[in-house]
Design a protein around this ligand. Structure first.
Ligand code: PLP
Length: 377
């Protein structure tokens, strides 16, 4: 199998699975239990928290484990709106966020919030000026993702934070960094966002675990789950110890030689872009510079057919963040591309393990698809 869909999820290295297995079988104590099996696990969870917090550049007390990136996005948006409920009921976000952000915003619209959805230019770019121009005195929250998961565009979060401090210092800033964490260099402290969402399974960790950074400007954050008081009383529920162990081990492994891994992914991306655009009718569709995501279009050939054809040959790629029943995704739709181009958008995404031979196999299969199937768009 050739796996070129690392933005969807990543393989779990053996060391990560081993760390989880030990916690599931021998070290299975509940961190709230008062005998050594539990007390040791409590210490261990705090050590794992520090590992992830160090990689994010924040203090361990500012990091809360969640069940996934989706949960972090939901929690951050609701907590920000709660803190600023007296400031106003306006939110600024983009039309190209993950549905975890968009659906939470739509839910808030049904509660009476007004949401401004900023659209990118035709290459997927969103500028800090554009975001700041939409901010008003009653803007409770700005939520802009760090790296777009379908296009690989990087959005200027630090500039937005600096601009907000001038335009409306009370507005809180959330960034969904699920595709940015350990892919582009940043630290929570320098970024200036109040909430940062990350997820384990995009960096070699297991599915079912993520984390939310909550910064010092968030006073008495609104708890997500009430109950036994875990996660500083903000997100009750017995800690998913094996998942957290796996997340921390994955972070340790990823951060070893991270700069080389990122350079490798960027090289693979450049190589893939060069090879793919040599296929007739194939074009790059964004200015995305994240090292692991490449979006192209085989203009005229429906992306779902390409994904199915390559899938049948053991090559995993994606049609954006899934082409919903033949319609381009909301991200591709926001680019306002001609129909033939929009319908043919595919996403390749890379990990430290991806090789040039993987790209060569994918390019061969795409060429064959192009040469043997009729264009339909
Ligand atoms: N945000 C972005 C940008 C993503 O790419 C994803 C997953 O694809 C998520 C949020 C959701 O993360 P999770 O799968 O951990 O819920």
């Amino acid at each position: 199998m050739i796996y070129l869909d690392h933005a969807a999820t990543t393989p779990v290295p053996r060391e990560v699975a081993d760390a989880m297995y030990a916690v599931l079988t021998e070290r299975f104590g509940n961190p709230s239990s008062q005998y050594p099996l539990g007390l040791d696990m409590k210490k261990q969870v705090e050590a794992w928290r520090k590992t992830v917090a160090d990689a994010l550049g924040c203090g361990p007390k500012q990091l809360y484990f969640t069940s996934c990136g989706t949960e972090g996005d939901n929690w951050a948006i609701q907590a920000a709106c709660w803190q600023n409920r007296h400031l106003g009921r306006h939110i600024v976000t983009t039309a190209v966020e993950h549905s975890a952000v968009l659906e939470t915003c739509k839910w808030l619209e049904r509660q009476g919030y007004e949401v401004t959805y900023l659209t990118p230019d035709g290459r997927g770019n969103i500028t800090a000026e554009q975001v700041l121009a939409a901010v008003r005195p009653d803007t409770a929250l700005v939520s802009v993702m760090m790296v777009n998961n379908e296009l690989g565009n990087i959005y200027p979060i630090a500039d937005i934070a600096r601009g907000l401090a001038v335009k409306n210092p009370k507005t809180l800033l959330h960034t969904d960094a699920v595709q940015g964490f350990l892919k582009i260099p940043f630290t929570a402290g320098a970024l200036g966002a109040d909430f940062i969402t990350i997820s384990g399974h995009k960096v070699g960790g297991p599915k079912g675990v993520g984390a939310l950074y909550i910064g010092p400007r968030v006073r008495n954050p609104r708890p997500l789950l009430a109950g036994g008081g875990q996660e500083g009383g903000l997100r009750s529920g017995t800690e998913a110890t094996a998942q957290i162990a796996g997340f921390a081990r994955a972070v340790e492994l990823r951060t070893e030689g991270l700069a080389d891994k990122l350079t490798h992914m960027a090289d693979i991306k450049a190589y893939a872009a060069e090879q793919l655009t040599a296929i007739p009718d194939c074009q790059l569709i964004s200015d995305g510079t994240a090292p692991h995501i490449l979006a192209v279009s085989l203009a005229g050939w429906p992306s779902q057919n390409i994904v199915n054809d390559l899938g049948g040959r053991g090559i995993c790629i994606s049609a954006g963040s899934a082409c919903h029943q033949g319609k381009p995704s909301h991200v591709v739709a926001a680019l306002k591309l001609p129909k033939r181009v929009a319908g043919g958008v595919i996403r390749l995404s890379f990990g430290p393990e991806t090789t040039r031979a993987d790209i060569d196999a994918c390019v061969r299969a795409l060429r064959e698809h192009h040469d043997t199937r009729m264009p339909m768009l």
